[in-house]
Design a protein around this ligand. Structure first.
Ligand code: CAA
Length: 258
């Protein structure tokens, strides 16, 4: 399918999805969010894709939900359309690993979108923030919940109440991003991480993603039981036999997703 507000390329088992509304700093309007949901669904269904990278431009990953689109909406409009519910679900329901490659602004819905991905690699120019308070509203795609789990209550409150931005160094120190790289190397570094993921058994990748996500949804005891059962179940796969045989034979594993 041809898209207007995103660019999708599939290369070496990685789908690279680039948000592409440069004139609006990739503000997330309904069209972009709808196309992103569709692209993620297609990537999830495409056997050639084993990992997904979501990125923006050098200046902005995304500067938030589209303020111009939202400004005249009423409570009834927002409530009846359940604004943002479906689009947010589309990202978190994607089964394949998604890495956010963030350069420049990741604000409001942009920060929330990055946090919905499985992990974030940031360029040294990245700026994260939940500045909705400056617009007389609050975060609406999970920011109050996800940012708090990433960086703790104190810093999350600071960000949501003052609307200040966090730079890449602070974001890494606080656990929001997994690594920081020079802006020019962001895509290469992120594609490299995606390639590494793409080389693994996809059965193990999906299991690892499900298990880590359980840490956010359940108690420690239930999460550990869930992990242990998934771990046990992987012994029913050929990829487990291949991975462990390859280790002992001192060679690279050839996973076949079986
Ligand atoms: N929505 C709509 N348009 C946006 C936008 C947004 N979130 N962010 C930037 N733009 C547009 C600007 O209006 C401008 O368009 P025009 O040229 O037509 O005026 C263009 O993008 C470039 O922006 P600036 O001229 O403002 O660029 P700058 O470099 O001076 O500033 C910025 C960059 C600091 C990111 C500034 O654009 C800004 O503060 N943007 C808004 C950030 C924000 O408040 N995000 C939260 C949105 S609400 C939300 O996300 C709710 C939620 O949780 C679901």
């Amino acid at each position: 399918m041809a898209f207007e507000t995103i660019i999708v390329e599939v290369e070496d088992h990685v789908a690279l999805i680039k948000l592409n509304r440069p004139d609006a700093l990739n503000a997330l309007n309904s069209e972009l969010l709808g196309e992103l949901a569709q692209a993620l669904k297609e990537a999830d269904a495409n056997d050639k894709v084993r990992c997904i990278v979501l990125t923006g431009s050098e200046k902005a990953f995304a500067a938030g939900a589209d303020i111009k689109e939202m400004s005249e909406k009423t409570f009834v409009d927002m409530f009846l359309s359940n604004f943002f519910a479906g689009e947010g679900d589309a990202v978190v329901n994607t089964r394949k690993p998604i890495i956010a490659a963030v350069s420049g602004y990741a604000l409001g819905g942009g920060c929330e979108l990055a946090m919905m991905c499985d992990f974030i690699i940031a360029s040294d120019t990245a700026k994260f923030g939940q500045p909705e308070i400056n617009l007389g509203v609050i975060a609406g795609i999970g920011g109050t919940q996800r940012l708090t789990r990433f960086v703790g209550k104190s810093k999350s409150m600071d960000m949501h109440l003052t609307g200040r931005f966090m730079d890449a160094e602070e974001a890494e120190r606080s656990g929001l991003v997994s690594r920081v790289v020079p802006a020019k190397k962001l895509i290469d570094e992120t594609m490299g991480a995606a390639q590494k993921i793409a080389e693994k058994s996809i059965i193990a990748s999906l299991a690892a993603k499900e298990a880590v996500n359980r840490a956010y949804e359940t108690t420690m005891t239930e999460g550990i039981l869930f992990e242990r059962r998934l771990f046990h179940s992987l012994f029913a796969t050929e990829d487990q036999k291949e991975g462990m045989a390859a280790f002992q034979e001192k060679r690279e594993a050839q996973f076949r997703d079986k």
